[in-house]
Design a protein around this ligand. Structure first.
Ligand SMILES: *Cc1c(COP(=O)(O)O)cnc(C)c1O
Length: 389
């Protein structure tokens, strides 16, 4: 193997169980958008359901349809998708019995036309913009959207299965937007319920809110990053502090090891020059594989037990580390990130080095990197074994 991402499904399962026990009577929606944050849609969705998640959440309708096409039926999981554009696959999603987020009148109009065409009534979640300013219905448009949805519900065309919203800054405890959004959410809910809506689920909590704000759990929490064992609030606590374990480990085999003299430029632009005679190792992963080019000169890599730093620029397919004269052999393992318990860097270390968030580090890992699914790390965890997804 050149490089691979190991996905520990036992860790994923334990993370979902930990989140589920944290939220009491609220249900857990495993957010598996973006190929399960780079971890693999189907294996992660299946494992999350085994661990007790009752819902799966995706951004696009295509992601939701992929779950149904793989045999994850409505008897096993309710699925919600929330990022619609005009002309979306309304008919297919209705026939697949997938819940649909509705943020505005245009979506309701297209959806009702599809209900007419297919004869299948919809299950919708009305989304309120309580302050994020992204998707969702503004308060001044809410009464009209609710009224239209209620008319369609009375006509048997749809069911208002959910009412929901999304936080802007749940990862910043004490941020004034949190209470403001909760107030706006309560008002949106009260209005819809006064108009006769009887949602099965009211939901607003993402991972940070699930971990830090119990009053936001309502009937359902939508957890993404925490399920993959990463802390959404690294300033507040590490994954272990929240009972979570990182799921993905990214490793590669050194493709070259060689001695070079001092003063030798390394990689494009020669932004690194060897300070003296040294050994250089080549890691066969680059920005085409999702290694941020911003990791040039700063990304951490464990080689032969020691932390090294990306030397010079990250290229499309490869980058170099200076081993400082230490010996290594072609084929030796380089660990970019993992849970951290073998002394390796974590996705959070990469995020800090690159000025981003751990979400982006794992989600970016490209299709050229094969995912290998294990249940516990063989050798490290009793009963650890390889599994076929
Ligand atoms: C991605 C997403 C989530 C999950 O967010 P995390 O912080 O990863 O838990 C929840 N809700 C919506 C609407 C999202 O887009």
């Amino acid at each position: 193997m050149r490089a691979e991402a190991t996905v520990d499904l036992a860790a994923l399962r334990a993370n979902v169980e930990a989140l589920d026990s944290r939220v009491g009577r609220a249900a857990v929606m495993a957010v598996v958008k973006a190929d399960a944050y780079g971890h693999g849609l189907l294996p992660c969705a299946r494992e999350a359901l085994l661990a007790g998640a009752a819902w799966l959440g995706t951004a696009t309708p295509e992601e939701a349809l992929a779950l149904r096409a793989a045999g994850i039926g409505p008897d096993r999981a309710r699925v919600l998708c929330w990022l619609w554009t005009p002309g979306g696959p309304w008919d297919e999603v209705l026939r697949a019995d997938v819940d649909i987020s509705v943020s505005g009148r245009w979506a309701l109009t297209e959806l009702l036309a599809a209900v007419e065409r297919t004869g299948v009534p919809a299950r919708i979640h009305l989304k309120a913009d309580t302050g994020l300013g992204r998707n969702g219905c503004q308060p001044h448009d809410w009464p009209e959207l609710v009224a239209a949805a209620r008319r369609a519900e009375a006509a048997g065309q749809l069911r208002i299965a959910g009412i929901w919203s999304h936080f802007a800054a749940a990862d910043e405890p004490g941020h004034p937007s949190i209470q403001a959004q909760l107030t706006a959410f309560r008002e949106a809910l009260a209005h819809a319920e006064a108009q006769g809506a009887e949602p099965e689920v009211r939901h607003i909590a993402n991972s940070p809110a699930t971990l830090l704000l119990p009053e936001t759990h309502y009937d359902l929490v939508r957890t993404g990053v925490a399920m993959y064992g990463l802390s959404p609030v690294p300033e507040e606590g590490s994954p272990a502090d929240f009972g979570l374990r990182p799921v993905m480990t990214l490793e590669a085999r050194l493709a070259s090891v060689k001695q070079v003299p001092g003063g030798h430029g390394v990689s494009y632009g020669h932004h690194y020059v060897t300070p003296g005679e040294t050994s250089l190792a080549l890691v066969p992963l680059g920005y085409a594989d999702g290694i941020p080019r911003h990791a040039s000169g700063c990304g951490p890599v464990q080689v032969a037990g020691k932390w090294r730093t990306v030397a010079g620029r990250v290229a499309m397919d490869q980058f170099v580390v200076d081993l400082g004269g230490d010996r290594a052999a072609v084929g030796d393992e380089a660990v970019l990130f993992g849970p951290g318990d073998r002394g390796e860097p974590t996705a959070e270390d990469w995020a800090r080095a690159c000025g981003t968030i751990s979400y982006e580090i794992v989600t970016r890992i490209g299709v050229r990197v094969p995912r290998r699914y294990v249940h516990g790390r063989a050798g490290a965890v009793p009963g650890g074994q390889e599994v076929t997804p």
